[in-house]
Design a protein around this ligand. Sequence first.
Ligand code: G6Q
Length: 545
Amino acid sequence: MPAKSKPLKSLRAWKALEMHRKTASQWHLRDLFAKDSKRGNRLNAEAAGLFLDYSKNRITDETLSLLIKLANESGLKAAIEAMFRGDRINRTENRSVLHVALRAPKGASIVVDGKNVVPDVHAVLDKMTAFSERIRGGRWKGFTGKRIRNIVNIGIGGSDLGPVMAYEALRHYTDRNLTFRFVSNVDGIDFVEATCDLNPAETLFIVSSKTFTTQETMTNAQSARAWLLKGLGGKEKAVAKHFVAVSTNAEKVSAFGIDTANMFEFWDWVGGRYSMDSAIGLSTMLAIGPDNFRALLAGFHKMDKHFRTAPFEKNLPVLMGLLSIWNNNFLGAETVAVLPYEQYLKRFPAYLQQLTMESNGKYVTLDGRHVNYSTGPIYWGEPGTNGQHSFYQLIHQGTRLIPCDFIAFANPLTPLGDHHEILLANVLAQAEALAFGKTADEVRAEGTPDWLVPHRVFEGNRPSNTIFADRLTPEILGALVALYEHSVYTQGVIWQIGPFDQWGVELGKVLAKRIVPELSTAKTHRLQHDSSTNNLIRRYRKLKQ
Ligand code: G6Q
């Protein structure tokens, strides 16, 4: 049983922030900027190639200092050390949380149960490297002797979202002679569409599953095996040439028929949603090559070092975490919009949804109390400028406060005319418009008739962060993901919840297992659900052809 911590709302800094909020509710970003001409030059921080401008948040120096006091009173420094030291901070599963070990340089030492895990990490990286070189160089042949041209990653949740996001984000760096597909959904369409134009003789499946028991992944893997065997004349031996596994569960991998020599290992101290830089990233390495993959890891590591050592007032993940607490718990925001002005990051918001919401979507503290404050906000978003033509209306003139994280790059990966400057002008304009708005006087001065004025006023005072970097390299992507990972941890520590388990996904899984046979053997099963579920099952039985 973990020791009880002091309830969050009884902390001195929390109480001070509650008082401070009353003053803050009077502020407008227009006035905060007008009072301090250097605000935009001061309220920013930089690390691992990322520049964070947080000046367009409704804060003052006092707000920041109170938030940092809250971090200190919450024991954030010790919590960070506990994670890096390998303490079992995932208390409900009694596990260490060591995604930081996945990107620790060779020679570093992180000890779990008396064993330094870093050499194991590098052994797997070396094995991935050798395998990637064989595939990319055409030396790994399929069963019929043809080289592999198609790679299909089968996995779901943490074993899918990271690989998909990284593949899309780093597409510029990928080997265009290889085709990559990602199958996650148990909806058969996902598998069918991903494979319908592929030649089995040239296709490699990576079955990515930490547990190797996940219903969706195992169902898709079985369909993949059947698809392959059908295409290659039913020869069982073909499986070894066309399937590899990424897992922590050697026994199950071998039971599936995959030689454990072709298994890439990771460990129970890597959470699914924190695993894109483990062997779960095998598809990423195959796509971008081992050197780029190592650059990605180096970016993660730079941000790790920064998180561990930088003082809180200059610490990007800590600042972003604290600002999120301020917006969420004190200003009443319920969501965060993540708006990358970089088309390659189109899957980044979806990736962050899992990272943030599966981690901090919890109402019970580590010591088992029901919280009496809000925890993880809802993350969502789309790349700019597309979103500007759909949901930004609500961010500008709706009734809800929606803090935004804008992400932008100074240089495009593939320049095209003046596209990039137009893109950049838009991201800067959006952050400016949200913060400063447009007053009724300004609208009137443009000759707008009185009746139309209210419709054309922008209240402004909408907070945003801008994360700005040179260009989207593997290293920068690593730093960006680590920034959010550590910001999530910062928030979890302050909310006193455990960001590294996910009990909330269990119940639905168990119920689905119970319902499957009821759907397929209609007559023999008496239905004992609630009347709504029973009725829907009966309707399905009638409609089923
Ligand atoms: C992530 C979650 C979850 C998990 C999937 C897949 O943190 O634990 O999304 O990644 O359920 O699990 P397997 O990798 O075990 O198939």
